[in-house]
Design a protein around this ligand. Structure first.
Ligand SMILES: [Zn+2]
Length: 422
């Protein structure tokens, strides 16, 4: 760390949806000191010449699952059967890959590590032990037996085995008291966000997106605990009905909301609830990409086909809201199959293919996500902000896959070595 003068080809500041030319950024230690057009370079300052690149704030992915390798599953349940140590190391591996690809911060939206390994990885990265994306952590979602995140259902043909495996996972249980205790434990051991598994899902083996998997008293219990402890809340949720209920109950945000309708959108807007819509996992059904659809597991594919019409309607509601309302919408990939978990660039393509302009998409991945993560010192290029910067050599405005190649990364005022393997 030292002092750098960064000469930008073009610059997106994370807030204003415009590219400015001839911007110079002065970085001292881990902070941005100045960022202006035609900024003179102070004598003796090391120049980083990015005049061939478009510079953005370090990007933020608000919805990743980094504790496994989604393109190497080894069959259903393998993710669950690995040791906590292996899952924790895998999380670190993925966070190192995402950093080299220009995503300086990610929110791990919950996983299958039964310990608080995700919090440990966050602490190790913050302490400078590893060069990796900065983490904001949901350790474990508060969930119920047989729900979307209960991987022991893969072994439900053998109840003894399934019960034993479920017992290893601390946050699966029933009742408002259980939910309260689970939320308190998450907060005690360092989770940044308390997450609820409210509806079923698509990738899981024996449930559906319309299933309500937490009862209202359980939901209220978790939201009360988090509110009283000053922690934000979010939920895995698909249906318009449950999105409406959660917004009314005062949840901070929701994930997916993929079957949203106009009435539920009004509730989100009225309550100031954010959405991280995670387009990537549904792209195959939205775009009718039969080849990629066939690569998903049979249960995942069958559910996508069953709910195709609702997913397409929900997508349109979300896109219209992003373009035409004040909805706070975050950028989150949620890769759990087909691609490497750290392919955070793919949500950019999904937003662009959905008709959302490039700089609007990048605003979601920068200053809007900084609001969602409650990290105001991230996500924009301005004096006083943390010096997280990414540089891109492809045409961000026209090329829907432009984020698939990152040419420069700085995190906390340090230039990241992108060549280091793996
Ligand atoms: Zn997810």
């Amino acid at each position: 760390m030292g002092e750098y003068y960064i000469r930008c080809g073009a610059c997106f500041d994370g807030v204003h949806e415009e590219l400015r030319e001839n911007v110079g950024i002065l970085v001292r230690e881990n902070r941005i000191v100045r960022a202006e057009r035609e900024l003179p370079c102070p004598r003796g300052t090391e120049v980083v010449d990015l005049s061939h690149l478009t510079v953005t704030p370090g990007l933020i992915d608000a919805h990743v699952h980094f504790d496994f390798l989604s393109n190497q599953t080894g069959g259903p349940g393998a993710r669950f059967l690995a040791s906590d140590e292996m899952k924790t190391l895998t999380l670190l591996y993925n966070a190192r890959q995402s950093l080299k690809r220009g995503f300086t911060t990610v929110r791990h939206a919950g996983g299958k590590i039964s310990t608080f390994g995700a919090v440990d990885v966050k602490r190790a990265v913050d302490a400078g032990l590893f060069q990796a994306s900065r983490l904001v952590v949901v350790a474990h979602a508060v969930s119920t037996p047989g729900c979307h995140t209960d991987a022991s259902t893969y072994f439900r043909g053998n109840p003894h085995l399934s019960d034993a495996l479920q017992g290893l996972y601390p946050n699966i249980g029933s009742g408002a008291d259980f939910a309260r205790a689970a939320a308190r434990r998450e907060i005690k051991y360092g989770a940044d966000v308390v997450k609820l598994m409210v509806t079923g899902g698509f990738a899981s083996p024996n449930d559906g997106p319309e299933d309500m998997q937490l009862e209202e008293d359980e939901i209220r219990a978790v939201l009360d605990v988090a509110r009283h402890m000053g922690k934000p809340t979010t939920a895995h949720v698909y249906t318009a009905r449950m999105v409406s209920l959660l917004a009314e109950l005062g949840i901070t945000g929701v994930e997916h909301a993929s079957m949203l309708d106009g009435a539920a959108l009004e509730k989100l807007l009225a309550n100031g609830t954010y959405v991280v819509p995670t387009f990537v996992p549904y792209e195959e059904i939205i775009r009718e990409d039969r080849e990629m659809l066939d690569k998903k597991t049979p249960e995942f594919r069958a559910k996508l086909l069953k709910y195709a019409a609702q997913l397409r309607q929900g997508r349109q509601v979300l896109v219209d809201a992003i373009l035409n309302t004040e909805l706070l919408a975050g950028y989150g990939t949620d890769i759990v199959s087909l691609y490497p978990n750290y392919d955070c660039w793919r949500e950019f393509k999904a937003w662009r293919d959905s008709g959302i302009p490039a700089l609007r998409t990048l605003r979601a991945a920068t200053s809007d996500n900084a609001k969602i993560l409650r990290r105001p010192e991230l996500g924009s290029i301005a004096p006083g902000q943390l010096a997280d910067l990414s540089g891109w050599d492809r045409d961000l405005l026209e090329d829907h896959e432009a984020l698939s190649h990152c040419a420069f990364v700085m995190k906390d005022g340090r230039v990241v070595d992108q060549t280091e393997e793996p």
